[in-house]
Design a binder for this molecule. Sequence first.
Ligand code: ARG
Length: 743
Amino acid sequence: MRKLFIGFLFLIFASSSFAKFVPDEGMWLPMFVEDMNYQEMKEMGLQLTPEEIYSINNSSLKDAIVNFGNFCTAEVISHKGLLLTNHHCGYGAIQDHSTVEHDYLTDGFWARSFEEELSNEGLTATFFVRMDDVTKKVLNEVTDEMNEQERAKAISEAKKPIIEEAEEDGKYVASVKSFYNGNEYYLFVYKVYRDVRLVGAPPSSIGKFGGDTDNWMWPRHTGDFSMFRVYSDKDGNPADYSEENVPLETEYALPLSLEGVEEGDFAMIWGYPGSTDRYRTSYGIKATLNEINPAINEIGRAILDAMKKNMDRSDAVRIAYADKYAGISNVWKNKKGESRGLKKLKVYDKKRMIEDKLMQWIDQDSDRKEKYGDLMKGYEEAYQKLTEKKALSKQWFFGLSSYASSMVQFAMQNQGIGNIVKSDKSDEEIQEELKKFEAKAEAHFEDYDVETEKDILQAILETLYNNVPLSDLPDVYKTIIADYDTDFEAYVDELFETSIFASEENFNEFLEKPKAKYFEKDMAPELINGFQGSMMQMRAETSAIQSELGKNKRLFLQALRTMNPDKAYYPDANFTMRLTYGEVAGYEPRDAVYYEHYTTLEGVMDKEDPNDPEFVVHEKLKELYEDKDYGRYAAEDGTMRVCFLSNNDITGGNSGSPVLNGKGHLIGVAFDGNWEAMSGDIAFEPELQRTISVDIRYVLFIVHKFAEAHNLLEELNIVEAKHPLPAVEMDKEKKMKKQSEEM
Ligand code: ARG
């Protein structure tokens, strides 16, 4: 699951619920695995020693786990820095290199040598070096008397020297993160590589088979993988892209297993889960159901429809907007499923039970009462205020809108241009300063289509108008109502006709003759100032409530952990390295139905629909299927396994994570969650919640038989299956032997 929450959105929920301690639930910190989980993992089938999985001084499994681009996970699979991740994680990079002539999204891409690997500006691969508990240092100056602002300031001051020391003058990148809602703090030290190149990707008809229809669903038949390579300077240090760079020599590379998976097999997943809110309270659940998710549903649908209409019209537009569309669509469907799950699984009631129990415990003791007595009342009041201000829905209406409109984003990022032309500098000086905008503009307009942008902006303006009270909308609406008679299309037409931010043509024309006069009449500043102003105002109005919620969140978890001192609580996901372990398992999605734990290539053929772009099957894949040309990648029963399920606890950010067997060999790549348990980020559902992974044998089959990328296979450490080759393969071998004898 790719990271779901788009960076610009600040999470504001307070939370609650407790974690029943079951082996499948929990995203554990590797540092504590030996003490907290190792014994149980061993009983479940882990054969490695604690030292082999997590050692600071020696190379261990953790060294193969990479934070990919700060939004996904990848794993090292060769000693030459080869990374395996999801297709949907590499999607942005694949899109960037695609044109109508070289459409790697549609056709796939395979580098046949190092020289053919494609560089990606801005893409990073982050390797974990170490972590430390720094709670005492961070909270050293914090006192109970401090208010939340004072507390935040003291914490941020205390973090600075810790980070500075850990970074060793730029050798590492360090951060201190809050755990258990501000009750504990940990330092993380990383090495960040900045030259990461695209190596291979199957066509979308494999890597995204089933498209948005199958997304978040089981049974699944997607070969959701792609490959990248980390490059370093000659000494193995991180470096900006350069032809001189060499493939990073990686000490720990995961072996890839052809042994396969069966129900009940031990399975563990390592990766970078982005965000969960398992301790969200019943008040938060209500807000999610009544305010947040409906807002995302409305605005998301409008934006997606506007995009889709244009993507269907032109291949250039389809390619340009592919990644953005997939990202928004992914969140949109996730939130729809989340609401469904929260209701169906009665999460509100479950949270209430926990809260009632906690309040009873608090009421039993006067010290507790003094410390935690106002906790739930605090939650109630804070949410009431946020609801009155419609802050939770507005945050998504405005936030998603300004993210989706590239025009708005570009204008926001480059509004400084106005000050340059308005200054009393000489024409030459102005020209000189404007130069730096040229490259930015070129990159921006590369994936930009005026007609699409017009439709997106019009959809946004109309949707906000229909859903947000006029008094809460930015002033630009007054202009639209008064000067354009509430005709959104007319307003948008004129904006795109005239604004320098709205098209490449206008922008370049302006750069050639930068007249202040021209800029002063520009319609974009009114629009973006309106949006930005509304968001800032909302933030200002709610920041006190947010800190109050933050405090309640911290106290809630503190109280919960004090009430149950023997329970092993795991911290919410926060994009730090975690481990989850469990087993390969199917599930019962509804009455009378059982879902097997795996799918096969037969299922791909069953879903084939040449008239639906989401379900096209590539000719070559069909041939391989018809010839049953699966080689050593076939399962014992002769089928080609495609995806499988396990009960591991993952979330967005875990996308691309390795699924490992008891020996620490790679058996799959995690890429999704299932529809029946989409409320899982708020409450884990042991009976229903599953991780969907692509079987490593399918990955290898595609690399070998489909792509014939023998250069890559040679790098890998493949562990052969113990079972004999299936009958079909035996026949084929015999036939080949006979043929060669006859020759
Ligand atoms: N649901 C997956 C995740 O969040 C993303 C899958 C991308 N595929 C798609 N059809 N949009 O990681």
